[in-house]
Write a protein that binds this ligand. Structure first.
Ligand SMILES: [Zn+2]
Length: 456
């Protein structure tokens, strides 16, 4: 892409549009780097789609985006004809885990970008080396999505995921651990607050409060995995306002068994709204436990095969394994429980509470990148419209990264980072059409997708 030196620095949208060419009486706009012309535009704001649009891109950002009869393409701008295609913002996935050695993390990030996940958030399993790689991705590596990290998360001795997390037993210890994470440059602190078989292994409330307070003091955003309403209430009251998963029992004892009363209380919903709370519900980690057993034909997709963990691919390719999953005791109950989680998502959404896309990508059954698309499908199944789902997958998630509410990506509106996906088919007609990717752009540069898939 062309760089135009000093002019670029001054090329704020208004100035660029007013810039006159030498000597002429008619003002003419400065050329932009690129114009994507003729596509349906879904800009991530939730506003009506534009059937025939122009997206003008300059210096990595959207200079203007709108109907083709309102946004002029300045002479000298490279034009990409995208007639018949749909342009959407790149996806923001707020829930990923990167296991294995550093090379595996790098490949996982590349797989996400291949699938149009232009922003990812790693929530709680990163050692300092991994944090450094994610910060590199955050700073702008063209072959990796923009990444945020919660470093190493927090649990309690003997508690959920305590095998690899920070497990403070006093408030002072907790504060010190938060400061250690902050010193690495992470963006969030993640707490796992979840019952395990042994009782009283959840982080005690006073330690949670210390973590929340110390996080804010150090410029970090505290977030929490919860599975119970009472924990959500306690955290909201001490200032944390972003949750992963739901208040339907999914993990630990009782997980996956239908609840008698799965509906969140009105008081909880109102409190969530009052505190501007968001949920990243991670439907994939639940439903993908049987999705490939029900749909083995998906395993024929070469792109999915490429990003799927080889051991997991082998497991789902085995007919007997698939049959055993579908015939297992409690399988129907797990499906009912999952429907309760989907209803939870719909209830939140209907109450005006923010739902942001998060998948738990990187856990065995949620393939990097592909899983993000499948999550969209599960939100539509939950009752969100494709348009609402696309907002959840873009602007809403972007609105939760620090500094919270100030993201310069997530929508395709003037001034925002040009992170986008060009689709060959219309996602508003069928959510699965997000998989029909034509091209992906990150920070105004076309991504070399072929270079990103793992070599098999
Ligand atoms: Zn997770």
């Amino acid at each position: 892409m062309r760089r135009r030196g000093a002019v670029q620095v001054l090329a704020l949208p208004a100035i660029a549009l007013l810039a006159a060419c030498g000597g002429g009486a008619t003002p003419r706009a400065e050329p932009a780097d690129l114009a994507i012309v003729g596509a349906q535009l879904v800009d991530g704001t939730g506003g009506d789609p534009l059937a025939d649009s122009v997206v003008l891109i300059d210096d990595g950002r959207v200079r203007a985006a709108g109907p083709s009869d309102a946004v002029e393409v300045p002479e000298g701008t490279e034009v990409v004809d995208a007639t018949g295609k749909t342009v959407i913002p790149g996806f923001v996935d707020l829930h990923a885990h990167y296991g294995g050695p550093l090379e595996a993390t790098e490949q996982a990030l590349k797989s996400q970008l291949y699938y149009g996940v232009t922003t990812t958030r790693s929530v709680g399993a990163d050692d300092p080396e991994k944090v450094a790689l994610l910060l590199e991705a955050n700073a702008g590596r063209p072959d990796l999505p923009r990444a945020y990290t919660a470093g190493l998360g927090f649990s309690y001795p003997g508690g959920f995921n305590s095998g690899f997390t920070n497990t403070p037993t006093t408030e002072e210890e907790a504060r010190e651990m938060v400061r250690e994470q902050a010193a690495l440059g992470v963006h969030y602190t993640k707490m796992w607050i979840n019952e395990v078989a042994e009782p009283n292994r959840k982080i005690p409330p006073e330690i949670r409060s210390a973590i929340v307070e110390e996080s804010y003091r150090n410029g970090l955003v505290p977030i929490a995995h919860i599975n119970e309403e009472a924990d959500g209430v306690q955290l909201l009251e001490v200032g944390l306002n972003e949750f992963m998963h739901s208040t339907v029992r999914t993990f630990g004892p009782g997980g996956g068994v239908p609840m008698e009363d799965p509906v969140p209380s009105r008081a909880f919903l109102d409190l969530c709204l009052e505190k501007d709370c968001a949920f990243a519900p991670t439907l994939s980690i639940i439903q993908n436990n049987w999705h490939f057993a029900e749909h083995p034909e998906l395993l024929e997709d070469p792109e999915l095969r490429a990003v799927m963990n080889p051991g997991v691919l082998e497991r789902w390719s085995d007919e007997e394994t698939r049959a055993a999953v579908l015939a297992a005791d409690g399988f129907e109950g797990r499906k009912i429980s999952f429907r309760q989680v989907q209803d939870f998502v719909k209830t939140l959404h209907d109450h005006g509470i923010k739902v942001a896309l998060g998948t738990d990508s990187g856990t065995p059954n949620v393939p990097m990148g592909w899983g993000t698309h499948h999550e969209l499908e599960l939100y539509v199944e939950a009752g969100l419209t494709p348009m609402e789902t696309l907002v959840a997958a873009t602007a809403t998630g972007a609105g939760r990264v620090p500094p919270v509410g100030e993201a310069d990506f997530g929508t395709l509106t003037a001034g925002m980072s040009a992170d986008l996906i060009v689709l060959n088919a219309d996602p508003l007609a069928d959510m699965r059409n997000t998989l029909q990717i034509n091209r992906v752009m990150l920070r105004g540069e076309w991504v070399d997708r072929e270079a990103l898939l793992p070599s098999q």
